[in-house]
Design a protein around this ligand. Structure first.
Ligand code: FAQ
Length: 311
């Protein structure tokens, strides 16, 4: 019977019929989704920290209010994603406990420090650019609640990316010192952004199965290539230099050849030894603990209202 169910399940996937929470699904499909969606949710939450660092130091009121709402959007994305993971039977308390204990992963990119205002431009332009490339195909992922959450997330991400690019453009059209700041930020963020797409396909244990299940629509290397091809002309437009001496247009493949990512650095950051891993987790745990009274108050209020409704 089990084999039959599994065949039927794959046939639905192959026909591009969405899988919904109450449908039968293989345990491994459920597990993979909980893994990916919760990591994605954690990334949104931890991803608030590098930019949160600049809210009090934004160069103008306008820049401050834009940055503030961008960071709030990221909190919202985290909440949609935790809800999507809950439809698979994961508990939010457990997911958060796994993040706080260091057991759960989140994107390597958020373990790098944001050292100058130009980093706000670069994070918006490059990091959100990478996020969009990865997430637009996820609007067609096979699991319904994840796909639907991605639609709104992608709309907000494209606004984020535009605002990042606009910061870069302003810096690049400004004083030589401003342009130098933009270049310096690009130099630090370029390679870590390429790492966001994950290990090379040959070293990616999850890609093959996730492609069969249409959780992923493109492989890590395919998305990384698309990203380089999209970003190089934008860097040229800004008058910035991508810090990769191996970067070269390849006429045959109609795309750029580029250098090798430092995979040792990538795994080191994933394992928890990046520049900011300890700071980031520390800040999340502190925020969670300091927010305990809000959760308690909300619960007490809900109980009171339920009791009132009974009488
Ligand atoms: N960092 O076999 P694969 C954002 C792990 S965007 C840390 O290739 P998979 C928006 C991977 O989990 C960022 N770990 O895995 C924003 C796996 O470990 P596991 C978040 C990484 O899942 C912007 C192992 O390596 N976006 O937050 C990374 O098939 C600005 C082997 O890898 C998403 O999460 C990494 N970079 O492919 C917010 C998108 N890469 O679990 C604020 C959804 C890989 O077996 C400011 N996720 N690992 O122990 C995905 O598309 C996929 O999960 C990939 C990885 C592509 C990330």
């Amino acid at each position: 019977v089990e084999i039959n169910l599994e065949e039927q399940f794959q046939a639905r996937i192959d026909a591009d019929i969405r899988i919904e929470p109450k449908d039968w699904m293989p345990d491994a499909y459920r597990k993979t989704l909980i893994r990916q969606i919760s990591q994605h949710a954690h990334s949104e939450l931890v991803g608030m920290l590098p930019e949160g660092n600049w809210i009090t130091r934004a160069p103008s009121l306008k820049r401050k209010s834009i940055l503030l709402s961008k960071v709030q959007d990221e909190a919202g994305h985290g909440l949609y994603l935790y809800s999507a993971a809950e439809t698979l039977g994961a508990s939010r308390d457990q997911m958060l406990a796994d993040l706080h204990s260091g057991k759960a992963k989140y994107s390597s990119i958020f373990n790098y420090p944001t050292l100058s205002w130009a980093d706000m431009g670069t994070v918006g332009w490059l990091v959100d650019g990478a996020a969009i490339l990865n997430q637009v195909p996820l609007c067609r992922t096979s699991y319904g609640p994840y796909a639907r959450a991605m639609v709104r997330v992608c709309k907000e991400e494209s606004f984020h990316q535009r605002q990042g690019f606009e910061i870069m453009q302003t810096l690049c059209e400004g004083a030589p010192e401003q342009k130098a700041m933009a270049q310096e930020a690009l130099n630090r963020w370029w390679w870590p952004t390429l790492m966001m797409f994950g290990p090379k396909d040959a070293d990616s244990p999850n890609t093959e199965q996730s492609m069969k299940w249409r959780i992923k629509r493109f492989t890590n290397d395919e998305l990384r290539q698309k990203f380089v091809d999209m970003m190089v002309p934008q860097a040229e437009f800004l008058g910035l230099t991508v810090p990769d001496p191996a970067l070269k247009w390849n006429e045959t493949k109609q795309g750029y050849d580029f250098g090798e990512v430092n995979w040792e650095e990538f795994w080191n950051v994933v394992k928890g030894n990046g520049m900011c891993n300890k700071d980031r987790l520390g800040a999340r745990v502190k925020a969670h603990e300091e927010g305990a009274w809000v959760r308690e108050a909300a619960l007490a209020h809900a109980k009171k209202r339920a009791a009132k409704a009974e009488t």
